[in-house]
Design a binder for this molecule. Structure first.
Ligand SMILES: Cc1cc2nc3c(=O)[nH]c(=O)nc-3n(C[C@H](O)[C@H](O)[C@H](O)COP(=O)(O)O)c2cc1C
Length: 179
């Protein structure tokens, strides 16, 4: 399977990166092809709503790091997001990455087939992620994408706190189950 992993934390080597690494380890062990985008550390501006893409075959007018990522989004059969919860929703970096897929409306052949989410956050109460999860479901439904898995690991704040938590094994097993 052609799998694209999109990480969304600005913190290099943090919990989302470790989450993504575990998933990738499993996915590669099962013979899948994996590409990775570290969107949380890329320079991606928000959508300008200029609608240039609508009159230019899906091409985005903004020439920042997002331009490097469209080919991967069109290539992927499964896109796996791995990001932290910020103020009970998406990190701004991931929101910009998602908004810049607006150019699919203009004709960019982004592959919205299947998606999954690996979500790391601090709160002891997992239900505090309900709003983010609901938003993710509505967005993916709008994009006609099927959500194949959501793995949450709460109770993790410091860099590396996710090590030894059950979510990591779940992410690795999920990766290994794909083909
Ligand atoms: C700006 C900011 C906002 C955050 N907001 C929340 C929050 O609303 N709820 C929560 O449980 N954790 C929150 N956290 C904690 C992170 O989700 C947590 O530390 C996560 O493990 C970070 O993942 P990372 O190591 O991949 O960056 C916040 C952290 C930051 C830096």
């Amino acid at each position: 399977m052609k799998i694209l992993v999109v990480t969304g934390s600005p913190r290099k080597g943090g919990n989302s990166d470790i989450f993504a690494d575990a998933f990738i380890e499993g996915a590669l062990s099962a013979g899948n092809e994996v590409r990775r985008i570290d969107a949380g550390r890329a320079t991606i501006a928000g959508c300008k709503a200029c609608e240039y893409c609508i009159t230019h075959g899906g091409e985005c007018v903004q020439k920042d790091d997002m331009q490097d990522f469209y080919d991967d989004l069109c290539w992927a059969e499964l896109t796996v997001y791995a990001f932290p919860m910020y103020f009970y929703t998406y990190p701004a970096q991931i929101k910009a990455f998602m908004d810049r897929q607006f150019c699919a409306i203009g004709g960019k052949p982004i592959n919205f087939n299947k998606v999954a989410l690996l979500l790391a956050f601090e709160d002891k109460d997992p239900s505090t992620a309900d709003g983010l999860i609901r938003s993710f479901e509505i967005v993916m439904n709008y994009c006609h994408a099927e959500i194949v898995k959501i793995i949450m690991q709460n109770g993790v704040y410091e860099k590396g706190a996710i090590i030894g938590k059950p979510g990591l094994d779940e992410a690795r097993a999920f990766g290994a189950s794909l083909s």
